[in-house]
Design a protein around this ligand. Structure first.
Ligand code: CMC
Length: 428
């Protein structure tokens, strides 16, 4: 017989089924709780709430495991291409050689972004943050592809919307970088692969042919894969919540970008580099900054440390740290920021405050060092996270739509004023 959970409230006992995931993850299905008892559960920050069942990504916080559709991140980051991973997340299986070629070909032929987007860039003041620009541009796609406004039109329409967005995102991100630099945009080159094309549009110039460096391609490919999905995190949950109202994919992903922007989520990669720079400027005393992070009267947190789920290590951080060493070495860069990061990590990992709270470096701790070595300005870092996360957001949205899940609508415990009479003020 399958397991059940019993809740005792006063004299009543309520029984709820236990649902078990592939990896023996267990949850109590309390979907009938309110109807039968009038009670709701209370869980600020959803620390214990499973908002959905999902077949996309598996994470074990205790064991430091991350798997996309059953494949370990260590293997996939070293062996796959980003588009292969995107296909895997979206379709559920790795593509065959023919399927991958067809997918790559289709993506390659949707890369152009409408010329009118340039006028919108002109409307932004100098110094506008790239994440704000990305949100604006993504929601603008809904105006250019109005058939996407109704996510129920057809399966083929949904697929085409996903292909379009995956194809246009690198062009958009490259445009953001070019406008930031005040340089003319470089158009996509359909002869290049996804990552090569992105690098050519970002670092190439209209006046000369860009020679793609395989070291850059391999580093970028790995970073994108490591960010591709992370189950029900803040931005993925946002995409699902927005999508649950039957909002179109462009609007849902734009909302995901908004959620990612915050410094506790994807925005941490920018903050990590700013923090490391500040420590360097301050003389490199890592212990002083560690003490600040431990001081409860100081709002400062060690950026790039801690994770809601990972409580032993973040497998993505392990891979990225190794990559940062390799890439800087291959490029012949001796970045003092990397030394400061390593010192800070060492000091934190042997400090009781961080040990007791199970705080470890997360994916954002070392990623910025690689982005910087590749030549990206710090304000572009979170946009690069979004570029990597896009297939994951779309896979979450697709799963939600395919299952016809209900609109997301949490309850609350009201703590405001009780009913009181309205007293008119004398307006004369
Ligand atoms: N520096 C100092 N103390 C910390 C930190 C930190 N980075 N992170 C958590 N703590 C402390 C926190 O003060 C609390 O202490 P106490 O129990 O004494 O009150 C305890 O550790 C638990 O923290 P929490 O805020 O309850 O944990 P959470 O699960 O709600 O937050 C987190 C997770 C990632 C938001 C948080 O660790 C944090 O703010 N980290 C810095 C920002 C960061 O690097 N974010 C990127 C996350 S990974 C990329 C992604 O997928 O988004």
């Amino acid at each position: 017989m399958s397991e059940t959970a019993k809740f005792i409230l006063g004299n009543e006992t309520y029984e709820f089924p236990v649902i078990v995931g592939t990896e023996n993850e267990k949850g109590i299905d309390i979907s009938t709780l309110r109807g039968s008892s009038g009670y709701v559960t209370y869980d600020v920050g959803y620390k214990n709430t499973g908002a959905t069942q999902s077949a996309i990504t598996y994470i074990s916080g205790e064991e430091g495991i991350l798997r996309y559709r059953g494949y370990n991140i260590e293997e996939i980051a070293n062996k796959a291409s980003f588009l292969e991973v995107a296909y895997l997340l979206l379709e559920g299986e790795l593509p065959s050689k023919e399927e991958l070629a067809k997918f790559e070909n289709e993506i390659t032929h949707h890369t152009l972004v409408n010329e009118k987007f340039k006028f919108v860039f002109d409307a932004f003041p100098n110094g506008a943050h790239p994440m704000g620009q990305l949100m604006t541009m993504l929601s603008m796609f809904s105006a250019y592809y109005p058939e996407a406004l109704n996510p129920h039109r057809s399966e083929e329409d949904r697929r085409l919307t996903i292909v379009r967005l995956l194809a246009k995102m690198p062009t958009l991100v490259a445009m953001i970088m070019k406008f930031k630099q005040g340089h003319p945009i470089v158009y996509p080159n359909n002869k290049l692969g996804y990552v090569e094309n992105f690098l050519a549009m970002t670092f190439g110039h209209v006046t000369e042919e860009y020679v793609v460096d395989p070291v850059f391609v391999s580093a970028m490919n790995k970073l994108l894969i490591l960010h591709a999905d992370h189950e029900q995190n803040c931005s993925a949950s946002t995409v699902r919540l927005v999508g649950s109202s039957h909002a179109n994919l462009y609007a849902s992903v734009s909302a995901g970008v908004a959620a990612l922007w915050g410094p506790l989520h994807g925005g941490a990669n920018q903050k990590v580099l700013e923090m490391l720079e500040a420590i360097k400027e301050d003389g490199g005393d890592t212990q002083k900054w560690l003490n600040k992070a431990k001081d409860k009267n100081d709002p400062f947190r060690l950026m790039g440390f801690g994770h809601r789920v990972y409580k032993n290590f973040d497998p993505r951080a392990k891979i990225i740290k190794k990559s940062a060493d390799e890439i800087l070495d291959k490029m012949g860069i001796d970045d003092p920021i990397l030394d400061i990061a390593k010192q800070l990590e060492q000091a934190a990992l042997s400090d009781p405050y961080f040990i007791e709270r199970k705080l470890f470096p997360n994916v954002d701790f070392y990623s910025g060092i690689i982005y910087r070595a590749l030549g990206f300005p710090v304000e572009m870092f979170t946009v690069l996270f979004a570029l990597g996360r896009l297939p994951g957001w779309m896979a979450q949205w697709k799963e939600l739509r395919a299952e016809g899940q209900p609109i997301g609508r949490p309850r609350q415990i009201y703590t405001g004023a009780a009913e009181r009479p309205f007293v008119e003020i004398d307006k004369r």
